[in-house]
Design a protein around this ligand. Structure first.
Ligand code: ATP
Length: 347
């Protein structure tokens, strides 16, 4: 199988349903072979954006969609050469696994020998050979998801579009399939747009992540940029857990660090800075060893780590992750040491 990935560009694409604008005009480029993840809470416009790329929705007047040099804005989905996987998989219940995977090739009147060869290749790629002649209802959720992927890839699409493909699966399976999906997408090198509200999925799968909220793009960046250099509080709070500092300790830290703390673009236009840090960027020490002190409130043992909340050190309880084996008693006084590179300044 051979995929010829194309770059995608959305120019000023907005969408209005019955007089309500659910997507503000967005500009977005996706590199050839890149996996771009659209991440955000329910209703923020991720699926609408994906459907505009797919050709299932037309953008409002003035918006345009390009695949490479082709303006595909007016082309329906069947003429865009896209493969799509929905959350529900939408498999044909009356066809076998083989029938589902080969369906698109058959209706395109592909020669039977080629259909067979292509389907065999896809079944092998998805480790479904042993299930080729089963009916869909005989498959597990994870297997159905792989059939849906195989079906989406059968016609060697230029673009792969995935809408919450792992959401219907239970948590343990989701972890495994996320890893499989990562290997698969890297191996295929196909331009992929992936919609999810799950930040772990976004982090693991995205070459870049687009964080959306209320029909707008809040930030576009690599997973590391989104996590360590969020541009605002909405992004910082949506991706991972973040702690807010305040008061004298924060002022001292800002004064000491001077220009050393990374600040996002446009920072100068915001209000006074506030400092934030991630739970894993701090350590708990004896109270006399740190200038930031508090009292342990809760201790949750999570196996590979222990999550401790500390009150009295900042306006809200601080969340600190320590090694799984380390033990802290609720009610005890502690000091908090924050790694300098872990401080995030936000307007
Ligand atoms: P979810 O994860 O819940 O699917 P989302 O981020 O993908 O959320 P969209 O499905 O893009 O969000 O929906 C954005 C907004 O547009 C929502 O308020 C939704 O109700 C509305 N919307 C989507 N499709 C239509 C439609 N065909 N007609 C009217 N409103 C719609």
């Amino acid at each position: 199988m051979k995929f010829t990935p194309v770059p995608i560009a959305l120019a000023q694409c907005s969408k209005t349903f019955h007089g309500t604008r659910v997507l503000e005009p967005i500009d977005l480029t996706i590199g050839a072979g890149e996996t771009l993840v659209l991440l955000g809470p329910s209703g923020c416009g991720k699926t609408t954006t994906l459907r505009i790329v797919a050709g299932l929705e037309t953008p409002d007047a003035g918006g345009a969609v390009f695949f490479g040099g082709d303006d595909v804005t007016r082309l329906p989905i069947e003429r865009r050469q896209v493969g799509m996987v929905f959350q529900s998989y939408a498999l044909f219940p009356n066809l076998t696994v083989r029938g589902n995977v080969g369906y698109g090739l058959k209706i395109a009147k592909t020669e039977p020998a080629l259909v067979r060869k292509r389907v065999d290749e896809l079944l092998a790629m998805m480790r479904l050979e042993a299930h080729a002649d089963k009916a869909i209802h005989q498959l597990s959720g994870g297997q159905r998801q792989r059939v849906a992927l195989a079906r989406a890839l059968a016609r060697e699409p230029r673009v792969l579009l995935l809408d919450e493909p792992l959401t219907a699966l239970d948590a343990r399976l989701r972890d495994t399939l996320r890893r499989d999906m990562n290997t698969l997408l890297r191996g295929l090198g196909i331009t992929t747009v992936y919609v999810t509200h799950d930040q772990a999925e976004a982090m693991e799968l995205g070459d870049r992540i687009v964080v959306m909220s209320a029909g707008r793009i809040e930030q576009i960046g690599t997973p590391r940029e989104i996590y360590y250099r969020p541009v605002n509080r909405a992004v910082a709070q949506f991706v991972g857990t973040i702690n807010r500092l305040a008061g004298q300790w924060q002022e001292n830290a800002l004064a000491t660090a001077g220009g050393c703390i990374d600040t996002p673009e446009g920072f100068a236009h915001g209000g006074p800075p506030e400092l934030f840090f991630r739970p894993e960027d701090a350590r708990l020490v004896a109270p006399e060893r740190a200038s930031l002190r508090g009292v342990v409130e809760t201790v949750s043992f999570l196996g590979e780590r222990t999550r401790v909340t500390v009150t009295g050190a900042a306006p809200e309880a601080l969340v600190i992750d320590v090694a799984g084996r380390s033990q802290w008693a609720p009610g005890s006084a502690v000091g908090i040491e924050i790694a300098a590179e872990g401080l995030i300044a936000l307007p």
